[in-house]
Design a protein around this ligand. Structure first.
Ligand SMILES: Cc1cc2nc3c(=O)[nH]c(=O)nc-3n(C[C@H](O)[C@H](O)[C@H](O)COP(=O)(O)OP(=O)(O)OC[C@H]3O[C@@H](n4cnc5c(N)ncnc54)[C@H](O)[C@@H]3O)c2cc1C
Length: 440
């Protein structure tokens, strides 16, 4: 396999990676050596949790059938490699929508389960795994197990958020949600400081299905922490946009030899993005792809970070002192000379999915994207980790490419239970450098 085919989204460690189809895996698994495989979805994880350089990847994208959709109940059954975009295309004409949608529709359903992904409505609907009714899991022993809240329960909850380590998911039954329209009535609320954001977020979340804030990480002084809170609800049935708007897809054709998203360009972009919203609150109806997956309109936008790729740092921390910690995290990155293109702040709700290693937990989650500037960036990320862990928070594993075993242990103290249920044939680079580097 050539470099690029199995990259993860951060593009930090690019190399040719051997892979097999799920069909081939079914024949090979009998003699599988420990750690010989890892399922791969569509590489939208940022780091090394979807790679296994001691073995072969199992390419889920080779099975992409929608096996059934019941417009009465809204339950869709599909192969592991079906993308969320395909599910939306099937469901929207019947006025159903994904109950949880991450920031890109290019992920596979198995990838969404294995990382128990979250969306802009975590406060209302929890994570993706909460809506999975059943999944079929193939273990390397040859057992094909139906897993649900009532069948093989431990494996079900270990597989949700289990990062591909419990076996190969073959298919998923997912409960969709009924909506009047797929499009969104959006409330864009501009705020001048983190105090303003923290002062309104609880009320906004209680009033709207979706809510997420973009922050100008480079603003300083009185403007520090300014941003735009984008809340939304499904528009009513009279919305006049066609269900499937035509997509205008641009693409970044190759990686420029340097990072285009640097402090200078991002300062200008942030100023524009902030000023494009009027003061106060603006209500408009927007098409669903633009609201949920704006970056999907630009293919390979990750190439803009240049040949060395990017690191994403997503943390979650308790609500007490969140305002102060958010301000310190932003300032620490700024003072280290790092500009974050996508700086996103969201309040997670209380609902747990039950996933053993799920990332979301009550509190605030801050996401920062940094171009890889080598040692300087790694140093900054370690400092950010330490601040979050000290506050009782956690760092997201599927966005990570470098956290220490200790940071992982503090973030996911229950990891040993997943290790007990791990399929011995499966391992990832991430698991080797974190969990397996810790005492049992
Ligand atoms: C632009 C962008 C926006 C994003 N926004 C969000 C967001 O809002 N919220 C969020 O939570 N995440 C977000 N993400 C991250 C992304 O949703 C997750 O990393 C997702 O899990 C990637 O799925 P994938 O299909 O690409 O799988 P991969 O990244 O290839 O793999 C993910 C995991 O799934 C496992 N896996 C894949 N197939 C199978 C299978 N058949 N059986 C068992 N395990 C399997 C892999 O081993 C791996 O551990 C975003 C990513 C991008 C690039």
């Amino acid at each position: 396999m050539t470099a690029g085919e199995f990259d993860s989204w951060g593009r930090i460690d690019r190399r040719a990676r051997p892979a097999v189809s799920p069909d081939a895996y079914e024949n090979l698994r009998d003699n599988a050596a420990p750690g010989a495989f890892l399922p791969f979805g569509n590489g939208r994880s940022y780091g090394d949790s979807c790679h296994n350089d001691q073995g072969r990847l199992i390419d889920s994208r080779m099975r992409t059938r929608i096996l059934g959709f019941d417009p009465g109940t809204g339950i869709v059954s599909c192969d592991a490699g079906v993308t969320l975009r395909s599910i939306l295309e099937q469901a929207i004409p019947h006025r159903f929508f994904l109950p949880v949608t991450p920031g890109t529709a290019a992920v596979t359903v198995a990838g969404a389960v294995a990382n128990d992904v979250h969306g802009k409505n975590h406060h209302a609907r929890g994570t993706f795994g909460k809506h999975v009714r059943r999944l079929m899991l193939l273990r390397s022993t040859g057992e094909l197990l139906a897993c649900s809240a009532t069948e093989n329960r431990d494996l079900f909850y270990a597989t949700i958020g289990g990062m591909g380590l419990t076996g190969l998911i073959l298919s998923v039954d997912l409960q969709l949600m009924k909506v009047p329209s797929a499009h969104i009535q959006q409330h864009a609320i501009r705020f001048d400081s983190l105090n303003d954001y923290f002062g309104m977020v609880e009320t906004v979340d209680s009033e709207h299905e979706y809510s997420v804030a973009w922050i100008d990480q480079l603003a300083t002084g009185k403007r520090a922490g300014r941003g735009v809170l984008l809340a939304g609800d499904h528009a009513d049935a009279s919305c006049e946009f066609p269900d499937m708007p035509r997509s205008m897809k641009l693409s970044v054709p190759f990686s420029p030899p340097f990072d285009l998203l640097n402090t200078v360009t991002l300062k200008a972009f942030n100023e524009f993005y902030f000023r494009k919203e009027k003061r106060g609150e603006t209500v408009t109806t927007v098409k669903w792809p633009g609201y949920f997956h704006p970056l999907d309109a630009i293919g390979h936008w990750n190439r803009l970070y240049g040949p060395r790729g990017l690191y994403q740092h997503q943390s979650v921390y308790p609500a007490d002192n969140a305002r102060e910690l958010t301000a310190r995290l932003l300032e620490t990155a700024r003072k280290a000379g790092h500009a974050s293109f996508l700086t996103v702040l969201k309040k997670f709700g209380e609902q747990a999915s039950g996933g053993l290693l799920s990332f979301p937990r009550p509190g605030f989650t801050l996401t920062l994207d940094f171009a890889n500037q080598g040692e300087q960036t790694l140093k900054l990320l370690n400092v950010l980790d330490a601040m979050v862990i000290e506050a009782g928070g956690a760092i997201n594993a599927y966005k990570d490419a470098r956290m220490s075993p200790q940071t992982f242990d503090s973030s996911f103290p229950q990891w040993r239970k997943l290790e007990e249920l791990r399929d011995p044939a499966m391992v990832s680079n991430f698991w080797k450098r974190t969990a397996l580097a810790l005492p049992k």
